[in-house]
Design a protein around this ligand. Structure first.
Ligand code: MF3
Ligand code: CO
Length: 277
């Protein structure tokens, strides 16, 4: 008999079988991580979080976004890891830096400088021994207006609420609905065109984790899944467009600011574990 590493308990197995008979949408087996995979993913996540801590220490007004890129490349490779964005589907740099009305996927540049009043998202992803991790934070540069501060705070709350909602045997739609309610209650909108995702063995895996939606809908959340929650919240309307000049930079259609916070979590049998933040 061939030994297969077990990545779920008998109770989880029974429940999956029962739900399958009921026709529930469930994650494919390979999305439920083995202990061995989890050990690698945790190591990768540790480096990713330390990297964001390092950026938090060094980011400052007047710095170019290319300098952030250099920092990310140096820190990651010094830790024996690889920045996942680099050459990912042709992305030219090691990190995404997204300022003000840039929603995500901003490309670092030596001619772009952080100015007082800016809000900037720094999104880092790490490959370590083949395992992927992902997270982003917002940074406030100099004197930021109360309106923009509030956007950043509420967006962080949206991410945290999403993480709290990510419980075993609930649905992905429960996460999206809770995030959407909190954003809209505060007068903001949730970007529709980009979402969270499975991550760990690859950079972007199933499922898509939308930050809007309806409770009681979508895939069942099952112990062993690892995925991101990374709401992009706009001060104005949710419409976005991609800069045609570089094919990457996502901007708000109305030019108003956007914020994003991203964490990666593991669903456990009793709740979840935050792997990156
Ligand atoms: N880090 C982003 C995410 O949260 C993905 C960036 S893709 C890149 O999923 F190519 F732009 F790096
Ligand atoms: Co992500």
């Amino acid at each position: 008999m061939r030994f297969t590493p077990k990545n779920y308990s008998d109770e989880v197995e029974d429940r999956i079988q029962q739900l399958k008979r009921e026709g529930m949408r469930l994650p494919q087996r390979h999305l439920l991580r083995t202990e061995e995979q989890l050990a690698g993913i945790r190591e990768s996540a540790k480096i990713n979080t330390a990297l964001l801590d390092c950026i938090a220490e060094h980011i400052h007004e007047g710095m170019s976004t290319a300098e952030i890129d250099h920092l990310v490349y140096a820190f990651t490779t010094d830790h024996g890891a690889i920045p996942a964005p680099f050459l990912y589907e042709g992305f030219p740099k090691s990190v995404c830096t997204s300022i003000n009305d840039v929603v995500c996927h901003g490309i670092p540049s030596p001619t772009e400088f952080l100015r007082s009043g800016d809000i900037v998202n720094v999104d880092v992803s790490t490959i370590y021994k083949g395992y992927f991790s992902d997270a982003s934070r917002m940074f406030l540069i100099g004197e930021v207006s109360p309106e923009m501060r509030r956007l950043v705070e509420v967006t962080r709350e949206c991410r945290d609420i999403g993480v709290q909602m990510a419980q075993p045997w609930t649905r992905l739609g429960d996460i999206g609905a809770a995030i959407q309610e909190h954003a809209e209650k505060n007068g903001y909108s949730v970007v529709r065109d980009l979402c969270g995702h499975g991550v760990g063995i690859k950079f972007h895996e199933e499922p898509d984790v939308e930050h809007f939606g309806k409770r009681g809908t979508g895939m069942m959340i099952v112990p062993g899944m690892t995925f991101t929650i990374e709401p992009m919240i706009n001060m104005g309307r949710y419409d976005v467009f991609i800069d045609e000049a570089d094919g990457w930079t996502v901007c708000t259609e109305d030019g108003l600011p956007s914020a994003q916070w991203e964490s990666m979590i593991l669903i456990t049998e009793t709740g979840n574990e935050v792997l990156t933040c």
